[in-house]
Design a binder for this molecule. Structure first.
Ligand code: PHE
Length: 341
């Protein structure tokens, strides 16, 4: 039988000589391939017996593992060298740049979104993703805003040539999600929304909302208030007092504006709440029977609530951000203040 030490020595020489991936592959085949030396050695085992066979088998296997490990290592080295050479010769890369640019930070909206997702997940809600480009039907008709309804004026948006729109609110996903879960829906769906806005410190053409819906038997306004209070108290880290005022949205009936007692002054009046003691936070209401029916849910038997939380607004309130335009600015100086907690 061939001397393994001798074979091992030869192998290392050949390995060191392999300067290209193709050469390395040749070495691999010569040792581990179907007719390779290691394979031949293993085949030779059948001519041996007993202890001799076991001992030789062990030695060959150890050698085989060694060969595999070395080939892998060499392959990684060659790949690294290849990359380095490529970077060196490519004027687009500056290899003198310092590598340690520090850890990145999460965007404040991502932070608030993740926090809310955790809270709602713990209350049994599913988290849904939805498209940013939707049909007009999903954005409007399916949420009880027929063509030419004046409510469309407030949500002017970008129309694509094929008639689809950039969604103006996360409510555009209501129909699909209600269809998915039917009379047993408990879902939140964060998303990027778009509107044709004149930009200023509190208006952007691109912003984030988080919608929530819950449908079942006997779901009432009390459920809505409970979930909103629990969620907001978690977000602000203290008990939050809420109140409902009537508000009109075609897809809820009754519809409300949910206000929170000002978290800055506690309700006595300050510049943040414009001296009123309350801050308007979140439109909501009981899902309109038409919306349930359009999703194939029996509105006689089931009811539900919906809310449309302004994620962007909430992030601005939570972090005291004064100008909405900062959020989409890409300005690291502003954004990197928000470290992961
Ligand atoms: N979709 C509404 C908007 O963007 C908000 C909303 C959602 C209101 C859910 C009520 C219920 O203006």
């Amino acid at each position: 039988m061939l001397n393994i030490e001798e074979l091992s020595r030869r192998f290392r020489e050949e390995l060191a000589a392999a300067q290209e991936t193709e050469e390395l592959e040749k070495v691999r085949i010569a040792y581990l391939g179907k007719k390779g030396s290691v394979t031949e050695l293993l085949k030779g085992l059948k001519n041996l017996n007993g202890d001799e066979k076991r001992e030789a088998g062990q030695r060959i296997n150890t050698f085989k593992q060694e060969v595999q490990a070395f080939i892998q290592k060499r392959s990684a080295e060659l790949e690294a060298a290849r990359q380095e050479a490529r970077l060196k010769n490519d004027p687009r890369y500056d290899i003198s740049m310092p590598v340690d640019l520090g850890q990145g930070t999460l965007h404040p909206i991502t932070l608030v979104q993740r926090e809310l997702e955790e809270i709602f997940k713990s209350m049994g809600f599913t988290i849904e993703d939805y498209k940013e480009i939707v049909t007009e039907y999903e954005c409007f008709e399916a949420v009880n805003i027929p063509k030419y309804h004046p409510a469309r004026d407030m949500q002017d948006t970008y129309y694509l040539e094929n008639g689809q729109v950039l969604k103006t609110h996360t409510s555009a996903a209501q129909n699909a999600i209600l269809r998915k879960y039917g009379a047993n829906t408990r879902a939140i769906f964060p998303g990027r929304c778009f509107r044709n806005e004149a930009l200023d410190a509190s208006h952007e053409n691109t912003f984030f909302q988080m919608e929530g819906i819950m449908v079942g038997e006997d779901i009432s306004i009390s459920n809505l208030i409970y979930f909103m209070k629990t969620m907001l108290s978690e977000v602000f880290g203290k008990p939050i007092t809420v109140r409902l005022r009537p508000g009109f949205f075609p897809f809820v009936e009754p519809g409300f504006e949910l206000d929170i007692q000002c978290h800055v002054c506690g309700g006595t009046g300050c510049p943040t709440c414009k001296q009123s003691g309350w801050i308007e936070l979140c439109p909501c209401g009981m899902i309109h029977p038409n919306v349930l029916e359009m999703a194939g849910i029996d509105s006689e038997k089931y009811s539900g609530f919906a809310f449309g939380l302004g994620l962007t607004r909430l992030a601005m309130m939570k972090y005291g951000i004064k100008d909405i335009r900062m959020l989409n600015s890409g300005s690291l100086k502003a954004l990197e203040q928000f470290k992961v907690r």
